[in-house]
Design a protein around this ligand. Sequence first.
Ligand code: MD3
Ligand code: FE
Length: 217
Amino acid sequence: MPPSNLDLFSNASSGTEALGPGAMLLRGFARAEAEVLLQAVSSITAQAPFRHLVTPGGHVMSVAMTNCGALGWVSDEQGYRYSHHDPDSGQHWPAMPAIFLELAARAADVAGYANFKPDACLINRYLPDTRLTLHQDRNEHDADAPIVSVSLGVPATFLWGGLQRNNPTKRHRLEHGDVAVWGGPSRFFFHGIAPLQEAWHPLTQKQRINLTFRKAR
Ligand code: MD3
Ligand code: FE
């Protein structure tokens, strides 16, 4: 029997897009789980609230952040680093929920990175006008492990450059439920988020929440 149009559609346009060498966008990959993921974020932020970190240069970050997992990304006047403890409470970061680990490993697997076991999840919160200037993620010890990102809530414009800060940037819209996997050469590309435009999402109101799963050690 020949495949129906519906079969062709669900295979060929499976919703994956190559973003760069080793980087892949999985459109809508987390959409069905979004509500459960956001409930887990709420229980994490009840223990480790969102806060605005200070950069080594003394600037207060526009994005509000928290973490879960064995290690959390922190910044202060001393520099950027991963820490076992939340500097605000002195406690360990909340544990990484099993649904987070499973989603991150499944997405990495689809993108060709088997056995991804993140030990850190940075959680970013964007409100209208919140931005993240072009940067590289290079505080992780394991350069071979990818980073997996999950976008939830209000859509954002993702800025995607190259290995040098002054390389031209492309723009991609990241929407609710989109998951991206950044490995290989793309792992060290400059990237950022343009100022968030005011919008409304039924699960997050005016907010965008981004989860990034990392292998820090
Ligand atoms: C490409 N977060 O937390 S997610 C970050 O939407 C960060 O909150 C943005 O950049 C956000 O460091 C972008 C997409 C992303 C995350 C990590 C990357 C792209 C990446 C690491 C290397 C290359
Ligand atoms: Fe980043």
